[in-house]
Write a protein that binds this ligand. Structure first.
Ligand code: PLP
Length: 374
C-alpha cells in the first residue's frame, strides 16, 4: 500500500499515538472538575496551549482550541460578522469550502458584500487587485489561505499584510496546510487570525486551534459552558489537544530535515512524471517552489486516464482526485475550474509526508504506466 494523500490527512506520529493511548486510559477527569483528576486534565490542556503558543511565537491567551480547521474558520468568520459587525469580505475562489461555504451561509442571514480577488492561471493571487478592492471597500476582512490545499500555491503573506494595514482591513488566513510545515511566527507574519488542524501534521483528528491576535476581539461561537475562556463551550478534547501539542513539537523540531527530504520526494516525482508521461502537465505555479508536500497533475482527457483515483486505489495507491472523488470521477474541483485553464482537464493530487519513500514514487510511475496501457 502506498499512501500519497497527506494533504487530506497524515499518519499519526507513533510517539503521539503512545501518548494518546496512555492519557485516554489514565486521564479521564473532566478539566472543569476541581478535584485532582480534573486538575490534571486541565494542566494537560494549559501546558499544551503554552507549548503551541511558544512554538508559533504568540502568547497562550491567543490560542483557542477547536475540533479542527473547519470549525476554526467558521468561528472566525461568524465572529467577524456577529462580533466585529463587519459586512465586507474579500476572499478568493480557490479557498477551502470551510471559508467559501461559511461566507455563503453567513450571507443567508446578513447582507454581506463578498468580493473575490483575481487569481492567475497558475493560481497566484493578484495583490494589485486586492489593493483595488480594498480601496473601494470600507473596513473589510481579507480571508486568503496561506497555502492552497490542492495546488500548493503559497500566499505572499507579508505583502498581503501590508495591503491590509494600508486599508485597515483584518487579515484572516487559513493556515491549515502550512502550520507544522514551516517555521512560522504567526504574529510577525501579520495574521489577525490563523487556524490549524492537528491531523495535517501527524497529530490526531478532531483537534485544532484558532490563533486570534490580541488586537482583534473574539466572541463565543459554541455556547453552553465556560471552557476556552467562555469562547468555545463543551468538554475539551484533552487527548486530542495533548496529542496535537506533541505532534507540533515533533514537527517543528525536525522541520528543516523533513522539508529537505519531502522536497526531494516532490522533485523526484515531478522529474519522473515529466520523463515518462509527456502528456501530463502540472497545476499550480511551476516557476515557484510552492508547498513542498503537494503536486497536482493536469491529466489528459483521454479515456485511459479516466477514473484514475479509483484505478490507483485498486492497485493499492491512495491519492486524491477532483471534487467528486468519492464517486471515482476526476472531474475538476472548484479550485481547478477557477484557474480558468482551457480546455478543462482532470486533476490528480499527490501529497507526501516524511513517511513516504523514494521507491514508492518509482512504484507509482510503474503502476501508472500499467494502468494507462491497459
Ligand atoms: N482548510 C484547509 C486548507 C484544509 O486543507 C482543510 C482540510 O482538508 C481544512 C481547512 C479543514 O480542516 P479539518 O479537517 O480539521 O476540519
Amino acid at each position: 500500500m502506498i499512501y500519497f494523500d497527506n494533504a487530506a490527512s497524515t499518519p499519526l506520529e507513533p510517539e503521539v499515538a503512545k501518548l494518546i493511548s496512555k492519557l485516554i486510559s489514565e486521564e479521564y477527569g473532566n478539566p472543569s472538575s476541581i478535584h485532582e483528576y480534573g486538575r490534571r486534565s486541565k494542566i494537560l490542556i494549559e501546558n499544551s496551549r503554552k507549548k503551541i503558543a511558544s512554538l508559533l511565537g504568540v502568547s497562550s491567551s491567543e490560542i483557542i482550541f477547536t475540533s479542527g480547521g473547519t470549525e476554526a474558520n467558521n468561528h472566525i468568520l461568524w465572529n467577524c460578522t456577529l462580533g466585529l459587525k463587519i459586512i465586507n469580505y474579500i476572499t478568493s475562489r480557490l479557498e477551502h469550502p470551510a471559508v467559501l461555504r461559511t461566507l455563503e451561509s453567513i450571507s443567508k442571514h446578513f447582507d454581506l458584500s463578498i468580493n473575490y480577488v483575481n487569481v492567475d492561471q497558475a493560481g497566484n493571487t493578484d495583490t494589485g487587485h486586492l489593493n483595488d478592492l480594498l480601496a473601494n471597500s470600507p473596513r473589510s476582512v481579507v480571508s486568503l489561505m496561506h497555502a492552497n490545499n490542492e495546488i500548493g500555491n503559497l500566499l505572499p503573506a507579508s505583502q498581503v499584510k501590508k495591503i491590509c494595514d494600508k486599508h485597515n482591513a483584518i487579515f484572516h488566513s487559513d493556515t491549515v496546510q502550512t502550520i507544522g510545515k514551516y517555521h512560522m511566527n504567526l504574529r510577525s507574519l501579520g495574521f489577525d487570525y490563523a487556524v490549524a488542524s492537528a491531523h495535517k501534521f501527524h497529530g490526531p483528528k478532531g483537534a485544532g486551534f484558532i490563533y486570534a491576535g490580541s488586537g482583534e476581539k473574539i466572541n463565543p461561537f459554541i455556547t453552553g459552558g465556560m471552557q476556552e475562556r467562555n469562547l468555545r463551550a463543551g468538554t475539551e478534547n484533552v487527548y486530542g489537544i495533548a496529542g496535537m501539542a506533541l505532534a507540533l513539537e515533533l514537527a517543528m523540531n525536525d522541520i528543516e530535515k523533513n522539508r529537505k527530504y519531502i522536497s526531494g520526494l516532490k522533485h523526484r516525482f515531478k522529474k519522473k512524471i515529466q520523463q515518462e508521461f509527456a502528456e501530463i502537465e502540472f497545476y499550480g505555479d511551476n516557476k515557484k517552489e510552492g508547498l513542498y508536500t503537494i503536486v497536482n497533475l493536469r491529466l489528459p482527457t483521454s479515456k485511459s486516464f479516466e477514473m484514475l483515483p479509483v484505478k490507483l486505489d485498486i492497485e493499492g495507491i491512495s491519492v486524491s482526485g477532483g471534487s467528486a472523488c468519492s464517486s471515482g470521477s476526476n472531474k475538476p474541483s472548484h479550485v481547478i475550474s477557477s484557474l480558468g485553464l482551457k480546455p478543462e482537464k482532470p486533476s490528480l493530487r499527490v501529497s507526501f509526508s516524511k513517511f513516504n519513500k523514494p521507491e514508492e514514487i518509482d512504484e507509482f510511475v510503474k503502476t501508472l504506466k500499467k494502468i494507462i496501457s491497459d
